[in-house]
Design a protein around this ligand. Structure first.
Ligand code: HPA
Length: 284
């Protein structure tokens, strides 16, 4: 067994002793989005640093706390704080939380991130449900020997983001009067932001939002057989003809403002999740 799998199993065994129920849903919150799952009724919380082998995030807006509890009466795990390639983490470390969730029995993965808007029709503060992604990070978390117990060698990527979950999000948005956009997320390695020429390129390849996370976790989630929904909060608009520098303060401020709207949508999705079926491999 690969060393990193052993480490994950040790982290999972530590968590199983403390988390009594099998979580149905795992939620990964992005930059400035630590309140995106604040409706959780917490039962157990722990800092990443206190879980064996768990990486610890180094960026502002990523507190590094795992909480288990209930949302809409269903057992969930919320991980506040992500690991990014730009921090120097390996793709295997970036997807450590997804593997822990997989081993804990999670079948539905909710990912949120802060992203730059590329689509002309988007504005700061918009919530985009990810319909598909383009992986331009240059790496893949499945490279290397395949862990057959986790998933197959060549996982299909024709539908990474679950259609039923995104329909649930759109319906919840209508009912709660929270406008929901849809679009393609392109993941880069970062941390340098895009040049105007790169932004032009990303628009040409039909990406609607750009960021430095999510694609590795989503790929591992598909490999794990999870149903996935991704939310991008558009914190700034990248216009190559009128380039304006993006600051972390601005990204955090806009993301924090939209977090509670994402929380409302997540609550509604978790409420309805059984209606979507649980097993990606038998329900596509
Ligand atoms: N580019 C990359 N990542 C981001 C951006 C951006 O413009 N805004 C928020 N995260």
């Amino acid at each position: 067994m690969a060393e990193h799998r052993k480490q994950i199993l040790e982290a999972v065994s530590f968590l199983r002793d403390r988390i009594k129920t099998t979580p149905a849903v795992g939620i990964l919150t992005g930059t400035g989005l630590q309140n995106a799952a604040s409706s959780i009724l917490p039962e157990f919380s722990i800092g990443y640093g206190d879980i064996p082998h768990f990486p610890v995030s180094t960026v502002e807006g990523h507190p590094g706390i795992l909480t288990s509890g209930k949302i809409s009466g269903r057992p969930v795990i919320v991980m506040k704080g992500r690991f990014h390639l730009y921090e120097g983490f390996s793709p295997t470390e970036v997807v450590f939380p997804v593997r822990v969730l997989q081993e804990l029995g999670v079948k539905t993965l909710v990912i949120s991130n802060a992203a730059g808007g590329l689509n002309h029709e988007f504005s700061p503060g918009d919530i985009m449900v990810i319909s598909d992604h383009i992986n331009l990070t240059g790496v893949n978390p499945l490279a290397g020997p395949n862990e057959n117990d986790w998933g197959i060698r060549f996982p299909d990527m024709t539908r990474v983001y679950d259609k039923k979950l995104s329909t649930l999000a759109e319906k919840a948005g209508e009912q709660e009067k929270i406008p929901i956009k849809k679009g393609v997320y392109v993941g880069l390695r970062g941390p340098s932001l895009e040049t105007p020429a790169e932004t032009r390129f990303l628009r040409i390849i039909k990406a609607d939002a750009v960021g430095f996370s999510t694609v590795c976790e989503a790929i591992a989630g598909v490999h794990a057989g999870m149903k996935i929904i991704g939310f991008s909060i558009i914190t700034n608009i990248n216009d190559p003809e009128n380039p304006v520098p993006v600051t972390l303060e601005e990204v955090l401020e806009i993301a924090e403002k939209s977090a509670l709207k994402v929380d409302t949508i997540i609550q509604r999705i978790v409420e309805d999740i059984d209606a979507t079926g649980q097993d990606r491999h038998t329900d596509r």
